[in-house]
Design a protein around this ligand. Structure first.
Ligand SMILES: C[S@@+](CC[C@H](N)C(=O)[O-])C[C@H]1O[C@@H](n2cnc3c(N)ncnc32)[C@H](O)[C@@H]1O
Length: 221
C-alpha cells in the first residue's frame, strides 16, 4: 500500500502495538500500518457506513480483517478506554476533532498518545489539548499533494509547554518548520493581492502583519 506524504508522516508517529483510526474512510493507513508491521491491531472507525465499507472491503481483499477491526460510530464512542496505544484522527476539521476529544474525556476515556491532523482550525485542537492537560510532542505543518496539513502529536505524559500566541495560531514548531515558511510565503502573496483588490481591507492587513511577524521568526532559509 502506497501512502502520500501526509499519511506517511502520520504513520511515523504511531507508537505501541495498536491504534484507532477515527474517520478511517479509505482504510489505507490501517492497511499500511499492518503491512509494515508497525502495529498488529487497528480499530478502524467511521461515522458513515459507506465510508467504513471502503475499509472493510480493502481489509477483506488483502486478508487483513483479523487485524483491522471495523466499527461504525461517532468519534471515540466505539473505542473502549485505553483499548489502543495511539489514537489517530486525520482529515477532519479542527472543531470536529476537538469535539471528539471532549466527548471522549466526558466518557472518562484516556489514551496514551494522539496523532491529530486537522485540515482546518488547528488552533481549536491546540485549545482542547491545553484544556485536557495533554502535552505537545510535535506540532508542525507539512505540504502534501499541494495542500498544507497540521500534524499534532499529544501525550498526557509529555512536558506541558504552553504555546505563545504565534505558536497557538501557527503551530508549536512554526519557527523551525520549512513547510510553514512555504505556507507563509504563499499566504503573504495571496493576502497582498487581496488587499489591493479589496476596499474595506483592515482585517486583511492585520492578518498579513500577523503572518509576516511569524514568517520573520522562521529560521529556515
Ligand atoms: C476526509 S475523510 C479522512 C479519511 C482519512 N482519515 C484521511 O485522513 O485520509 C473524513 C472521514 O471522517 C469521517 N467522520 C467525520 N466525522 C466523524 C466522526 N465524528 N466520527 C467518526 N468519523 C467521522 C467521515 O465519514 C469521513 O469518512
Amino acid at each position: 500500500m502506497k501512502l502520500d506524504r501526509r499519511l506517511n508522516e502520520i504513520l511515523s508517529h504511531i507508537t505501541g502495538q495498536s491504534f484507532a483510526d477515527v474517520g478511517c474512510d479509505h482504510g489505507k493507513l490501517a492497511v499500511k500500518a499492518i503491512e509494515c508491521g508497525c502495529v498488529n491491531k487497528v480499530i478502524a472507525t467511521d461515522i458513515s457506513v459507506p465510508s467504513l465499507d471502503k475499509t472493510i472491503r480493502l481489509a477483506d481483499s488483502l486478508d487483513l480483517s483479523q487485524n483491522i477491526i471495523c466499527r461504525v460510530g461517532d468519534g471515540l464512542s466505539v473505542v473502549k478506554n485505553g483499548e489502543v496505544d495511539t489514537v489517530v484522527i486525520a482529515g477532519l476539521g479542527g472543531d470536529e476533532i476537538a469535539k471528539i476529544l471532549q466527548n471522549a474525556k466526558a466518557e472518562g476515556k484516556e489514551f496514551h498518545r494522539f496523532v491529530l491532523s486537522p485540515n482546518t482550525h488547528a488552533e481549536r485542537v491546540r485549545a482542547e489539548a491545553i484544556v485536557q492537560g495533554l502535552g505537545f510532542v510535535r506540532d508542525y505543518l507539512i505540504l502534501s499533494d499541494r495542500k498544507f496539513y497540521s500534524i499534532i502529536v499529544l501525550e498526557k505524559e509529555a512536558k506541558k509547554k504552553i504555546p505563545n500566541q504565534k505558536q497557538f495560531e501557527f503551530g508549536m514548531e512554526y519557527a523551525e518548520c520549512e513547510d510553514f515558511r512555504v505556507w507563509a510565503n504563499n499566504e503573504l502573496s495571496r493576502l497582498a493581492t487581496l488587499i489591493k483588490n479589496t476596499k474595506n481591507n483592515e482585517q486583511l492587513k492585520i492578518r498579513l502583519q500577523q503572518i509576516k511577524d511569524a514568517y520573520e521568526d522562521n529560521k529556515c532559509e
